[in-house]
Design a protein. Structure first.
Length: 350
């Protein structure tokens, strides 16, 4: 009996060994990393929605991001700067989820009003080396004497906002109008490299001193961040730095540093639907104004403007971090001090 029992026990052990399920395979490290990155991006892109959406809604976001991440990595490895094909389709699908969740939990928000009346040129000037104006002899727009005095006073007002020499890269001053309460000013590069610049101003909006100051500073920041030393104007975009159509920021530029610090997680979502301001609703605490949520170029211009005009905030919100960003550049701190002296703010809280 003992011998039989031993044989039976041996057979049972053999059967157990044969029938036991194989150990589960360990998850691939890459899959775990992609899931972790998807969770991070989901939180970043949901913004204020992150604490409002249901678990199921968040899972839908993460699932889409897990499909997008390898496509994005392959594109960037090949030097592509903008989603295309399947990646673009999935990004658009993800944006539709965000837009729907935003309307559900935060409100509609409407959309950007990108239409503006046509403008007309009133006068054109060349800016001399001493920053005085010379009427463009080839321009068909020649104001009468009273208007000439008004436009020269407008230029003097602009010069008074910035330290001496700040306009050295500007060769052209244009006076235009599109009616009151529309576009107050704009800047544009006069060459393909961004070395020489034009600034244009509408006198119909120049009477509001605060708005005038803020707008001129905003537009001047576009020159600071988009000049030949900061970006390359090219059709050959890169995945390594911040790009816009026809322009690539150089490594270490103000704009690329700003993009890497604040925009890299959700720029594709912004570009998927640039006319919607629900993006701002999702990330309201990230921006100093709603217009700053347009794109990194507008965000850095708005942020620099209030870096100059406002005392140091010292808070931990993202928009406050953006204002603090500029304190990392001694030359911009020096420029801020010079502008504040011009504006009579030097004796106030720094």
């Amino acid at each position: 009996m003992k011998k039989a029992a031993v044989c039976i026990l041996f057979l049972l052990l053999c059967c157990s060994a044969c029938c036991a399920p194989a150990p589960a395979a360990a998850p691939e490290a890459g899959a775990g990393a992609a899931h972790t990155e998807a969770l991070h991006l989901a939180r970043a892109q949901l913004g204020r929605l992150a604490e409002r959406v249901s678990e199921r809604e968040e899972e839908r976001v993460v699932a889409l991001l897990e499909r997008i991440i390898p496509l994005r990595q392959a594109r960037q490895a090949s030097g592509g700067w903008q989603p295309e094909g399947e990646e673009a389709r999935l990004v658009a699908q993800l944006n539709r989820l965000y837009e729907r969740y935003t309307a559900r939990y935060l409100g509609d928000g409407g959309g950007w009003d990108s239409d503006s009346p046509a403008d007309r040129v009133l006068a054109e000037y060349w800016i001399q080396e001493d920053e005085t104006l010379r009427p463009d002899p080839e321009s068909p727009f020649r104001p009468d004497g009273d208007r000439e005095v008004e436009y020269e006073a407008l230029w003097a007002q602009m010069r008074g906002l910035l330290p001496e020499g700040s306009w050295a890269a500007f060769s052209r001053f244009t006076v235009f109008t599109d009616g009151a309460d529309e576009t107050l000013a704009y800047v544009a590069a006069l060459d393909g490299a961004g070395e020489r610049w034009e600034i244009a101003v509408d006198p119909a909006d120049a009477g509001d001193g605060d708005w005038f100051t803020e707008t001129v500073l905003h537009e001047y920041t576009h020159y600071l961040t988009l000049n030949a030393g900061q970006v390359t104007y090219t059709a050959a975009q890169t995945a390594d730095t911040y790009n816009e159509e026809g322009m690539a920021a150089v490594p270490g530029s103000y704009l690329d540093d700003f993009y890497q610090a604040f925009w890299s997680d959700y720029l594709d979502d912004r570009r998927a639907n640039p006319e919607s301001d629900r993006f701002f609703l999702r990330h309201e605490d990230d921006f100093v104004t709603d217009y700053a949520a347009t794109d990194p170029s507008e965000d850095i211009a708005e942020s620099f403007t209030y870096f100059v005009l406002w005392p140091r905030q010292g808070g931990g919100s993202v928009w406050e971090q953006k204002l603090d960003f500029f304190y990392g550049y001694p030359e911009l701190v020096e420029l801020r001090a010079g502008i504040r002296t011009c504006l009579g703010l030097a004796e106030r809280q720094p």
